[in-house]
Ligand binder design. Structure first.
Ligand SMILES: [Fe+2]
Length: 252
């Protein structure tokens, strides 16, 4: 079990998306994270509509401050970090300024896509567009998209284009089905998992307890690489430093 983990993906802020429904749930999710080894918790509400982005940004600022204050008053020492999980489609080409939507005001953006309709060439073009602003795309839960489930080598090609990858903590434990488990495990042992995130939505099925997920990881997983993804690599985002992934073996 690791201490000092960073969870780069969560829907812990209440009332902004399909995540936590009320303030008390957000508070409990933060305590749960802290109790189970998480030091930094990224709050990444879904950003799905660009015409609502500014409004969402303001609400996120307000709610993060309110939450951090109550945690501080109650001796919860977790550090909240701000971000969004950006749902990409071709509308992204109309966006000319991404800086307010990065992770912790860094050069990294967390991206998600439609699970079924998206294909590899869409993702390549969205990632290229984002990279043209000097930003680094981080693909949330690649192990869950149909185009990856059909062909894991898509991950390798996206990596060659400069994309980074965040798997869900529950995936290697089988929470998203056998196929996603297999892909997450393959990615991990071959050096394609840059980050791990809870993608927590509530206190029950997908929560902020990374430790519990890790207890169910298959024993063949490389523990050092899990440590890097959960503890070391996220520091490059927090400190806004250049991160260079080390891929170990091809994904086929
Ligand atoms: Fe998410």
């Amino acid at each position: 079990m690791f201490e000092g983990m960073t969870d780069i993906h969560s829907h812990v802020l209440w009332g902004l998306d399909d995540g936590a429904g009320h303030f008390d749930e957000s508070v409990e999710l933060c305590f749960m994270a802290e109790d189970n080894g998480t030091q930094n918790l990224f709050l990444t509400p879904h950003l799905m509509y660009w015409d609502r982005a500014e409004e969402l940004y303001d609400l996120r600022e307000q709610k993060t401050e309110e939450l951090q204050e109550i945690l501080f008053d109650n001796d919860c020492e977790i550090t909240l970090r701000k971000g969004f999980e950006i749902l990409c489609d071709d509308d992204i080409f109309n966006v000319k300024y991404f800086n307010p939507y990065t992770l912790n005001d860094s050069g990294y953006l967390l991206l998600e896509f439609d699970f079924f309709k998206t294909n590899e060439s869409d993702v390549v073009s969205w990632c290229k567009y984002i990279s043209s602003f000097g930003l680094v795309p981080i693909i949330a839960h690649p192990e869950r998209y149909r185009f990856v489930l059909n062909d894991i080598s898509a991950v390798q090609r996206l990596s060659e284009q400069g994309a980074l990858f965040q798997i869900n903590a529950g995936s290697p434990a089988g929470h998203f089905g056998e196929a996603s488990e297999e892909i997450a495990c393959d990615m991990l042992n071959r050096g394609y998992v840059d980050f791990i995130g809870s993608d927590a939505h509530d206190l029950f099925s997908r929560n902020t307890d990374l430790r519990e997920c890790m207890e169910f990881y298959p024993s063949f997983l490389n523990e050092e690489l899990i440590y890097k993804a959960a503890v070391e690599n996220p520091m490059f985002i927090i400190e806004d430093l250049k991160y260079k992934p080390v891929r170990i073996d091809d994904l086929k």
